[in-house]
Design a protein around this ligand. Structure first.
Ligand code: BES
Ligand code: MN
Ligand code: ZN
Length: 496
């Protein structure tokens, strides 16, 4: 929608955006910005309801070319998070009108709320909405697509200083999400395991606080990364562990590293337990856990800049088929000694995550671990695309994740661990199976499996994003396609 969005242009803007609450008149501060009474006039039109996300446009005879009156919804219970969707609505309207510069002046309306509104949080949500709706990914269009509507540039500024600072941060966070979305969108014949490693190396070159190391081939054997080796062995694109590291200029005293583990399956055919019917289509997005982690690392290095080390482990492989494929009945011995009987090669994500969790526990000595994965179809059945499944029995970490979720608007819903679920995973041959013979509690089986690879005492969260990593229709700040879910949540997690 926009080729770029920048903050802080000097000079007059083409468009002005002001706010109006539901059932309310325009506030005095906003009226002062009205060049000729046309904004007041527009705010009294019957369609100027102030409903959240509604837009009424005034065309003054002087000053701004157009003034957009944004409906802010009910004044009571106003939540700055609602400006994320509003940012999407405004972005669409500005793009449709081919506006290249806009000033946002919601402070007048927001100032009428009794309890002071956090202007920075408001600006951030709007920046995220604008940035997310601005995402364009047209590099896979060819000569048969007309490029008549090439995306334009947009510069935005805000009347309020804190709002402007938030806007900038929000746009930076959205850039992380958009990197995740572009990687998600990249087809599996291009986004191979090697390509993913190259993208991470490229990212590390952009920031002097980021470093990248790729573990592959014989080194995987030496490091006993049994899941990656086996899941990836049928593909001509060899598996790898991509380790990104953010090292701040100065580490806060006593701050332990945080580790993110991302399932990065460049394609999930199911392997020998092949996906049937329509089940395979879209499995290029089985790398979206890893993509979210990469997007988070971008946001962390560019805008969040926490005073603690953050390590990203991207478990990268293609789950394919050949005579060398791993098979149902194989028994794998993991780095921590746990043995796994493979019962279904389509439950591959947990096998590569197991390696990442083992590595995180013994090599990184982390303060806490978060893994992100498009792990199960079951979580889509349970929660749809409204919430990601979240498993975390550590109260302090769970509170932090919930807070980051609230700030980013990337919703999570708590799911349970229980010893009975671990019992479901017992194997008649090895320690555990990768998929139980029963359909019961499918997404929880995944979490129960993973729990065998996290050392006691290390706080850990598992996020199953199979329902939230993409949406199937346009709406709010997203267009149909990948959402980058997790990138902003993880970045906020280390921010607070
Ligand atoms: N990548 C899939 C899960 C998935 C499903 C992601 C739909 C996005 C949308 C995962 O590897 C998988 O195949 N899971 C199986 C697990 C089963 C074989 C135990 C599933 O959910 O059916
Ligand atoms: Mn699978
Ligand atoms: Zn998968």
């Amino acid at each position: 929608m926009f080729s770029s969005i920048t903050v802080g242009a000097r000079g007059a803007a083409q468009a002005l955006v002001v706010g109006q609450f539901k059932g309310q008149k325009l506030d005095p501060a906003t009226l002062k910005l009205d060049p000729d009474g046309s904004v007041l006039g527009a705010s009294k039109r019957s369609e100027a309801t102030g409903d959240a996300g509604s837009i009424v446009v005034a065309y003054p005879g002087k000053g701004f070319e157009r003034v957009l009156i944004l409906g802010l919804g009910d004044k009571d219970g106003f939540d700055t998070g609602s400006l994320r969707r509003a940012g999407g609505v405004i972005g669409r309207a500005l793009a449709a009108a081919k506006v290249t510069s806009a000033e946002i002046a919601l402070d007048g309306a927001l100032g009428t709320i009794k309890k002071a509104v956090d202007e920075e949080a408001a600006g951030q949500a709007m920046g995220e909405g604008l940035g997310l709706i601005g995402w364009v990914c047209d590099q896979f269009r060819g000569t048969a697509t007309s490029n008549g509507t090439a995306p334009g540039k947009l510069s935005v500024k805000a009347s309020d200083r804190d709002f402007a600072a938030g806007l900038k941060r929000g746009l930076g966070l959205a850039e992380g999400s958009n990197l995740a979305r572009t990687l998600s969108q990249t087809p599996p014949n291009i986004a191979t395991t090697t390509y993913m490693a190259q993208q991470c190396q490229k990212l590390a070159r952009q920031f002097d606080t980021l470093g990248c190391r790729v573990i592959k081939g014989e080194q995987l054997v030496k490091e006993k990364l049994e899941g990656l080796i086996n899941v990836g062995k049928a593909s001509v694109h060899p598996p790898c562990l991509i380790r990104l590291e953010y090292t701040p200029k100065s580490v806060a005293k006593g701050a332990k590293p945080v580790v993110f583990v991302g399932k990065t399956m460049t394609y999930d055919s199911g392997g020998l337990s092949i996906k049937v019917g329509g089940g395979m289509k879209g499995m290029k997005r089985d790398k979206d856990g890893g993509c979210a982690v990469i997007g988070a690392m971008h946001a962390i290095a560019s805008v969040v800049k926490p005073r603690q080390k953050v390590v990203a482990l991207l478990m990268c492989a293609e789950n394919s088929i050949s005579d060398e494929a791993y098979r149902p009945d194989d028994v794998l011995t993991f780095r921590n000694g746990v043995t796994v009987e493979v019962t279904n090669t389509d439950a591959e994500g947990r096998l590569v995550l197991a390696d990442g969790l083992c590595w995180a526990c013994d090599k990184e000595r982390p303060g806490y671990i978060v893994d992100v994965a498009t792990l199960t179809g079951g979580i889509v059945v349970a929660l749809g695309s409204t919430y990601a499944g979240m498993w975390c029995d550590d109260d302090a970490l769970r509170a932090k994740v919930q807070e980051a979720s609230d700030r980013s608007g990337e919703r999570v819903w708590r799911m349970p661990h229980h010893s009975e679920y671990r019992d479901l995973m017992k194997s008649p041959v090895a320690d555990i199976v990768n998929s139980a013979p029963v359909r019961a509690a499918h997404p929880i089986q995944g979490a129960a499996f993973l729990s065998h690879f996290v050392e006691e005492g290390i706080p850990w969260t598992h996020l199953d994003i199979a329902g939230t990593h993409a949406v199937d229709k346009d709406g709010g700040e997203y267009i149909a396609g990948p959402t980058g879910f997790g990138a902003r949540l993880l970045a906020e997690l280390v921010a607070g």
